[in-house]
Design a protein around this ligand. Sequence first.
Ligand code: SF4
Length: 345
Amino acid sequence: MKRLSEILDKVRGGGRMDRADSKFLLEIDERSYASGLVRAAASSVVRSATDNAAIILGQIGVEVSPCPADCKFCTFGEGHTRFERSKITDEALSQKIHDFCKDGDLYGLYLMTMHTYDVDFYLNTVRKARRLAPPATQIWANIGDTDADVLKEIKKNGVTGIYHVLRLREGADTRLKPENRLKTMRNAIDAGLELYTCIEPIGPEHTNDEIVENLFATLDLGIVQHAAMRRVAVPGSPLFQYGQISELRLAHIVAVVALATARLPKMAYIGTHEPNELSYLAGANIATAESGANPRDVALDTAKGRGRDVADCRKMFFECGFTNLRRGDESNIPLDFGYLVKTRA
Ligand code: SF4
C-alpha cells in the first residue's frame, strides 16, 4: 500500500507517472480494495480538472468495404467479413446528424471510414457534416493512415481532430505497420489537427507490459484525449476465441490511463469503450453514441445493434454523478433530472 499511496500522491500533487508506476498500478487485481482506491483517485483527479463535466460524441460510419488491414478483431477485415462495399447516402447522413445533434449537446461528431477510403467522398462528407451540424459540435475524423497533405485538406474543410491509434499487437493482429500508425499521428499534429488516441482493443491475452508500452508510445505526441477500449469478441472474427476482459478490468485500466495522462499539457477528456458505468466512476468522461457501420458489430447499422444513442449516454452520465455536459465550444450545460426529462433520456 505504501507504493500505491506514493504514486497517487505524486499525481495528486501534479507529478507524472512513469512506466514503472503504470505497470505497478496495472498489476493490481481489479477486484481488490487497492483497485477501488486507484479508480476513485482517477475519478477525483479528472472530475476536479473538468468541472465534473462529461462529453458525448457521435460516430457515423460513412463508408464500408472489405478492409485490407484485415484486423483479426474487426467485423470488416477482408479475410473474414460478410459486408459488401457501401457508402452512406446524403439522406441517411443528414438524418443521422439530425438525430445526434437535435438537442444541441453533442460535443463532437466522428465520421468513420475504413483503412483505405475514397478521399474525395470523405472530404465531401466532411463538408456536408460541417454544414448540417451546429457550430458548437466539432467534426472529427476516424480514418486510416493518411498523408500530411490530405490531413491538411481534412482540416481545411472543418475537422477539428482525428482519432488514431497504435493498436495492441499492430502488425501481428493487423496487416498495418506500427511506424505508419505513428506517422499518421505526427502528420495530424503537423496539419494542425488535435489528436485523440486509445489503448485498444484490449483482450485477455494482452500483458501489462504490452499495455504500458502502448500507453507510453503516444504520450508525448501532444494528445488531447486518451482512452481504453476492450475488444468485443465479434462472432466470426479470428480473435473471438480469446473472449473478453470484464468491464471491471476495463475500468481499472481506464483509471491507470487517466492517472498516467492527467498531467499532460493538453489533456482534456478520457474515453472508455464501449460506454459503461464502471469506467465513468474510474476517470472516464467521454461516451460515444454510434450509428452506421461499427467494427464491433455484425449489424450494418449499429444503432439497431450494439450502438448506444445520445439519450443512453446522458442518462449514464447522470447516474454516475456528472453535473455538467460540455458542448464542443467548451460551454457547460447543467446535467440534472430536469434536463433528462427535457431531452427524453
Ligand atoms: S479495425 Fe479499421 S483498419 Fe482494421 S479491419 Fe477494421 S476497419 Fe479496417
